[in-house]
Design a protein around this ligand. Sequence first.
Ligand SMILES: [Zn+2]
Length: 117
Amino acid sequence: MAKYSSKINKIRTFALSLIFIGFIVMYIGIFFRTSPLVMTIFMLLGMLFIIASTVTYFWIGMLSTKSVQVVCPNCQRHTKVLGRVDMCMYCNEPLTLDPKLEGIEFDEKYNRKVKNT
Ligand SMILES: [Zn+2]
């Protein structure tokens, strides 16, 4: 079974991994210190990953303002819902803003645009 997690958490994980990739790429660059050109390329590449991560964090901030804050019925904590269905950020309880989907088993496909409406 696929492991679901809250969208904001997913993006956060993505942004964090970008930082790690950036540092790893820069670290690899150190091994090429005999060749300043290759080292510069690696450093710039690493910088790009870190910039991309910063942009992603900024994007999370933008998304957070658009998301709806709800109290999770399972753990009673405040969590953010993005789109029609999302998971609780703390306990991964499936949450929906659409009453039609209430009680239906969680499926990320409900987030796709419904065509024949
Ligand atoms: Zn919860």
